[in-house]
Design a protein around this ligand. Structure first.
Ligand code: GLC
Length: 750
């Protein structure tokens, strides 16, 4: 990341600040005494309450009315007790300044629900990504925004958009998968909908926060708190930054949470190249940068780089300092901090609050009764149904709609419990229905007898399975913020269930040996190893399905809903096939440095470039019906401009309704020193079709879709060459392709 000469930048900064202050003073003079004509809400009758003024001007006016002590007090949160998510609390609180009617400002976690007492628990974010459906991402964002507001919050720390660089990541379940384009589009829909609820979204964790750290003995190697991610500029811009860029440019996200880790040296929350050059200068971000809890390491570096607010008012674990008033005042006294940096930080916060309407509305007084729990549970179930990915379905094992089916065995204690990832995104659901209960209810409706065995004794479980027509084995992995999984197998890092160690792979093998009609339901944080995949009839990946796990999984198993999910991350055959495996410098890092030397070859980009066969590829998923995809048309648009209109025809050839997910991949031409993956996802759609129906679906590819980041010129560039546009049902199943020449290049074979 290039750091330009600080001279010009700081001159510009000072000039801008001076201009803003001057404007504010002139406006103040003009408005002095006159009641703010457009005053509304709880702002009062101050000059900054004039709603016809732009947010930046209102912020400057209010800033001008604050003493230095009051400004310093706004740099850090004031109430940390809400971090545990107890009822009636907030993850973060900033007390405001009553003297000038600046109200208290409340923040809350998290991506799959509001962490404050009981709430709606959505499926894990990786399941939302598996729907490949922007509308469902919007539905999730609206739900989180609505409950955040009705629980009294002004800002929600969501969504998490970090790329799944290794499926061992403890927070894989919180990610939107391994692809920057899918992550970006889902995040944009989520943020827009959340903010339409009048709550500020907070896209996190900026940036390259892709691991928690690996437990080795008593140590955590490559801890997120200390690790330094070494990422070249092109890889950053093409893989790890796009979702943040889309959040800023396409969703106008109100805030960004900078991450714990260091990035190319500086801490992310003290990195001027990241927080100023990329975020403000290149992307035009005007909102608020807040720190992950305890991620502000040094006051001077943070303020100079552009960290505006630290919600966690404590000194951090390794004895650094952070934005508490004591630390800031000491730093000011020492001359380490320029007061203008304090002003700029507070102005960013105030501007974000003005822009969100915070001053011009009533406070969001908690109103739990106003939360439509039934509708929200229905949304959670709908997303969980659509997230389910059918990985295998031999002999039409699914759906379970065979009229001759009389008995069914549900095997595995994981079927009987709420499965979700640990840490700050974990939600205590208003209600929960287990997969076991969901199947029992649905099977009961069909007059099917259901037996159950917890599976802690595989021999006994096998006997129960053998006595039924069909056996459904339900297994979950274990994942949590704070620690990565030690390996990719189902039981890696798993806690004993009810005090009993369970070997889930052995349980599946035992049941499959006892009953040839065995179905495996996976409830996992992300990709896992599936050594038994050829020994079972069907595999349904349901991720962490949320509060309505039971009815959602049952409706897909029995065919009430079509499995329309597609993999947002590659399932490898072997852990050794991962780009980060066997390379400690890549993961978990050596001497604190993590080398992203795989570059842009993340996920399917790696498997495709290295021609490694995955167990199940990115974008893969079966349906209960059959689709015909074809009619690929590519029409360059905008003479000479790199852009194209792409359309495809989708037909439902089966006798059941279902959803197809056509995917458009682009192959960009490489060059010496510029590795290109065989293909990159650049468009997708989830298309519902009745039996026999046909639909033509169109996509628009713009200049950016054909560009790579040119690190020598520090900008996006369309290289001259021949570009291949592919229609696929996964990254490995390409059904049609066309080529177009761009950038003055040619497609004629040499
Ligand atoms: C945690 C997480 C972050 C969360 C915050 C508050 O450390 O990294 O995602 O929003 O603290 O709980």
């Amino acid at each position: 990341m290039i750091v330009r000469g600080a001279g010009r930048a700081s001159q510009r900064r000072r000039a801008a600040a001076a201009l803003l202050t001057l404007t504010a003073l002139l406006t103040l003079a003009a408005l002095a005494g006159a009641p703010a004509a457009g005053a509304a809400g709880r702002c009062g009758s101050h000059p900054w309450c004039e709603t016809s003024l732009p947010p930046s001007q209102r912020a400057a006016l209010l800033l001008g009315a604050l003493t230095l002590k009051e400004r310093v007090g706004l740099l850090a949160g004031d109430e940390p007790s809400g971090i545990g998510g107890a009822a009636g609390t907030h993850t973060g609180t900033s007390d405001g300044v009553p003297r000038v009617d600046l109200p208290t400002f409340f923040q809350t976690d998290g991506p799959i629900g509001v962490r404050s007492g009981k709430a709606t628990a959505l499926p894990a974010s990786i399941g939302l990504a598996a729907t490949f459906d922007r509308r469902l991402a919007g539905r999730a964002g609206a739900l989180v925004g609505n409950e955040a507001r009705l629980k009294g919050n002004d800002l929600a720390y969501a969504p998490t958009v970090n790329i799944l660089r290794t499926p061992l990541w403890g927070r894989a379940f919180e990610s939107l998968g391994e692809d920057p384009y899918l992550t970006s589009r889902m995040a944009v829909s989520y943020i827009r909908s959340l903010q339409r609820q009048g709550v500020i979204a907070d896209v996190k964790h900026f940036a390259a926060n892709n691991q928690e750290g690996r437990r080795v003995g008593g140590e955590t190697v490559g801890s997120r708190f200390t690790v330094n991610a070494e990422v070249d500029e092109r890889t950053l811009r093409e893989i790890y930054l796009p979702a943040f860029e889309a959040a800023v440019k396409d969703a106008d996200v109100g805030s960004v949470m900078c991450s714990y880790n260091r990035l190319n040296g500086p801490h992310a929350c003290a990195s001027r190249p990241l927080l100023h050059d990329v975020l403000r200068r290149d992307w035009g971000f005007r909102g608020l940068v807040l720190a992950d809890y305890g991620a502000s390491k040094t006051v001077a570096a943070g303020l100079a780089a552009g960290l505006d607010y630290e919600p966690w008012p404590f000194l951090d674990s390794d004895g650094g300092e952070n934005y508490t008033p004591e630390s800031v005042e000491a730093a000011l006294d020492r001359g380490d901090v320029d007061r203008r940096d304090v002003d700029r930080a507070v102005r960013h916060t105030l501007r974000t609050l003005f822009a969100s309407g915070f001053f011009d509305r009533r406070a969001y007084d908690p109103d739990e009764a106003a939360i439509d729990r039934v509708a929200h549970r229905r949304s959670s179930q709908r997303i969980a149904e659509r997230a389910a990915v059918l990985l295998r379905n031999r002999d039409g094992a699914l759906p379970l709609d065979d009229p001759k089916l009389d008995s069914l065995a549900v095997i595995g204690a994981d079927a009987d419990r709420y499965v979700n990832g640990g840490g700050s995104s974990n939600i205590d659901p208003y209600t929960f229905t287990s997969v076991r209960d969901g199947i029992a209810t649905r099977a009961g409706d069909a007059g099917i007898d259901v037996s159950y065995d917890a599976g802690d004794d595989p021999a006994q479980a096998a006997a129960v399975a053998a006595a039924a027509d069909v056996a459904v084995v339900v297994v979950a992995d274990a994942a949590s913020e704070g620690v990565d999984k030690p390996c990719l197998g189902l039981d890696c890092g798993a806690e004993p269930i009810g005090g009993v160690e369970v070997d889930r792979d052995a349980l599946i093998a035992a049941v499959a040996a006892a009953n040839p009609r065995t179905i495996v339901v996976l409830e996992t944080a992300g990709p896992v190893l599936t050594p038994w995949r050829n020994d079972v009839n069907a595999i349904l990946e349901t991720w962490y399905p949320g509060m309505a796990a039971g009815p959602a999984v049952a409706s897909v198993l029995f065919g009430d809903a079509d499995p329309s999910g597609r993999l947002p991350a590659t399932f490898p055959r072997r852990e050794a096939d991962l780009p980060t495996s066997g390379r400690p410098e890549r993961y978990p890092g050596v001497a604190g440095d993590v080398d992203y030397s795989e570059g842009v070859l993340v996920g399917y980009r790696w498997f495709d470039r290295r021609n490694i066969e995955p167990a199940y590829p990115f974008g893969f998923g079966l349906s209960y019906t059959r689709f015909g995809l074809g009619g690929l048309q590519v029409r360059p648009t905008g003479s000479g401009r790199a852009a194209a209109r792409v359309s495809v025809r989708v037909r439902n050839r089966g006798d059941r309704s279902g959803r197809a997910v056509p995917q458009i991949y682009v192959h960009l031409p490489g060059a010496p020193g510029r590795v290109q993956p065989p293909r990159q996802l650049k468009a997708f759609a989830s298309v519902g079709l009745r039996p026999g129906a046909t639909k033509r679906v169109s996509f628009h590819l713009d200049r950016r879709d054909f560009s790579y980041w040119d690190s020598t010129r520090d900008r996006w560039r369309v290289a001259p060459g021949c570009y291949r546009i592919e229609l696929g049902t996964s990254s490995r199943d390409i059904v049609a392709r066309r080529s177009i020449a761009l950038g003055g290049g040619s497609c004629r074979r040499r």
